[in-house]
Design a protein around this ligand. Structure first.
Ligand code: VG1
Ligand code: CO
Length: 544
């Protein structure tokens, strides 16, 4: 093997977003583009020599090519051992699990998560640190700084590695270990949940579930765990074979993109329980028969029922949610008497809280839920958590959520996304709002009185690091909120997200249609933010 120094010039657009570097596949296919970013990661790590890294991806188009390139670069950069998922497949939560279990220095996850894949789709690279979680801003900033000045990268000349056969081989001085993609993850799940009880539920004959993995990475995990291990009938997992283009779909588990599953759960003879996961397996959607559980409610229900699950039977140290996530979980935390932390959007902000044992469960409104078992959100974990609760309580999903609302009140919640917006227009809108909101305090809009308005700033309680400009918040005295921010994962123009929430304590009013319950708040958001005017749109692209 000959290690080569290749000279290169910087690309100036390699700034990681909410979750790693995401670009169109065609951008990644430019000569040196991937290599520059990978070398910048390696250059930013101290002590890479002889260390262990974990490598895998969600199986999307360009995954295999990228893995071969990264292996050759890792060997040239002195990495001691790389654990790579069979076929290049590792879900995001499984990668986190493996980094932690084998005390690796970190891992590289190849995924653009819920973004579509294929030659015309997106690709992405994310670096996770030794706690198994996404690199914090300090690290991503160092990587970005490096991408701006990089002038060479190192790579070994070697034949491509066989990614199908389990076991060890060598490339230069580096050991490559092709590992089973599912095994370590499955064992971790088994240590947290009551598999016997879930098996009884799934084989009882009077409970049916349907899991749609949208032709993305969770397929093999769901097959192994639900069908093979827990006895659910074959066919329980739909679209379970990972495809490079996700079958042409959008691997995002929400009511819009997982519509086949939604049709089943709202159709005739619907099963009792439905779930979906995203491209890299870290998101989840939970459905009951003709019933949708919002991700914010799901987090609150898991928190309220955590003691029913073996892995959490001793209670929760605390909970955490991202700022735009509804305050449903805050109410549970208040009742149990534990702390509830509010963080910026993106799982990397939960890492310190989890490491310091300040929070046990975390969640985001964007169909993300997780716990201290790994340092990523975890789609199948959430599904198993729900199954465990259902098995213990022997009630339907709908009954459980309705009882929850009765106890804690209901937080009506919706997110309106405007995708592919002109970037300048979106930035101007945000600038205008930013200067406007601090002046709103005390103002009355119809029934709503503004309690506070700001641009969310977060000081990490563990390391004191500050993250500014995390989204515009307008809070009202009745507990309603409007949040506006720009996406950090989109790849075309800007994506504007409007988050709407209103609190309803009265059980007699828990049956409204969400968009109707939020109608006056939706109008108000548009009035205050001049949203549709500023971006020239009539309707949101996606409502969840
Ligand atoms: C979105 C979600 C955010 C999530 C992120 C990564 O980010 O809103 O909650 O953490 O995606 O999820 P943004 O910046 O586009 O709003 V994943 O499953 O794409 O890794
Ligand atoms: Co994801």
């Amino acid at each position: 093997n000959i290690s080569q120094q290749i000279s290169t010039t910087p690309f100036l657009d390699q700034k990681p977003g909410t979750s790693g570097l995401r670009k169109a596949v065609t951008v990644f296919q430019q000569p040196h583009y991937l290599e520059n970013f990978i070398q910048s990661i390696f250059d930013s790590l101290e002590d890479l020599q002889g260390q262990t890294l974990v490598l895998g991806g969600d199986g999307r188009y360009y995954n295999r090519q990228a893995i071969q390139i990264i292996l050759k670069m890792a060997a040239a950069n002195g990495v001691g051992r790389i654990k790579v998922g069979q076929g290049g497949i590792l879900s995001t939560p499984a990668t986190s699990c493996i980094i932690r279990k084998y005390q690796a220095l970190g891992g590289i996850i190849l995924s653009a998560s819920h973004n579509p894949g294929g030659p015309d789709g997106d690709f992405g690279v994310k670096y996770n640190i030794s706690n198994g979680g996404p690199a914090p801003e300090k690290v991503t900033e160092a990587i970005y700084a490096r991408t701006k000045v990089i002038d060479r990268y190192q790579i070994i000349e070697a034949p491509d590695v066989d990614l199908e056969t389990l076991g060890e081989s060598r490339m230069g001085d580096m050991v490559i270990e092709v590992i089973d993609s599912v095994e370590d993850y499955e064992k971790l799940m088994e240590s947290l949940f009551d598999f016997d009880r879930i098996r009884q539920l799934l084989t009882s004959g009077n409970f049916r579930m349907c899991m749609d993995t949208l032709h993305a990475v969770a397929g093999p995990y769901a097959h192994a765990i639900f069908e093979q291990r827990l006895g659910a009938p074959a066919g329980t997992v739909r679209s379970g074979i990972p495809l490079e283009d996700f079958g042409g779909g959008h691997p995002d588990p929400n009511l819009v993109y997982a519509h086949e599953l939604v049709d089943i759960l709202y159709g005739e003879n619907a099963p009792d329980f439905g779930a979906a996961s995203d491209g890299d397996g870290d998101r989840n959607m939970i459905l009951g028969r003709k019933f949708f559980v919002t991700p914010s409610d799901s987090l609150a229900v898991l928190a309220a029922n955590a003691k029913l699950v073996p892995g959490y039977s001793s209670g929760l140290a605390g909970v955490a949610r991202s700022m735009p996530t509804s305050e449903a979980v805050d109410r549970v935390a208040a009742q149990i008497g534990i702390e509830c932390y509010e963080t910026p959007t993106g799982w990397k902000f939960f890492g310190n809280l989890l490491d310091a044992d300040k929070a046990t469960l975390c969640g985001e409104e964007s169909f993300g839920t997780g716990s201290n078992h790994v340092r990523e959100k975890d789609g199948l974990w959430a599904v198993l958590f729900w199954l465990n609760i259902l098995a213990v309580r022997q009630q339907s999903v709908e009954q459980i959520v309705r009882e929850h609302w009765k106890t804690y009140g209901r937080n009506y919640y919706s997110r309106h996304d405007y995708e592919g917006v002109d970037t300048d227009q979106a930035n101007t809108l945000m600038e205008n709002l930013r200067s406007l909101v601090p002046t709103l305090k005390g103002k009355q809009f119809g029934n709503y009185q503004v309690e506070y308005g700001d641009d969310f700033s977060y000081t990490d309680p563990i390391d004191g690091s500050v993250s500014n400009k995390q989204g515009i918040r307008i809070g009202f005295t009745d507990g309603s909120r409007i949040v506006v921010r720009l996406s950090g994962t989109g790849t075309q123009g800007a994506t504007l997200r409007i988050y709407l929430e209103s609190y309803e304590p009265d059980p007699a009013k828990h049956d409204l249609d969400t968009q109707q319950a939020l109608a006056s708040l939706i109008t108000l958001a548009d009035q205050i933010g001049q949203i549709r005017n500023s971006i020239g749109r009539e309707q949101p692209t996606v409502i969840t």
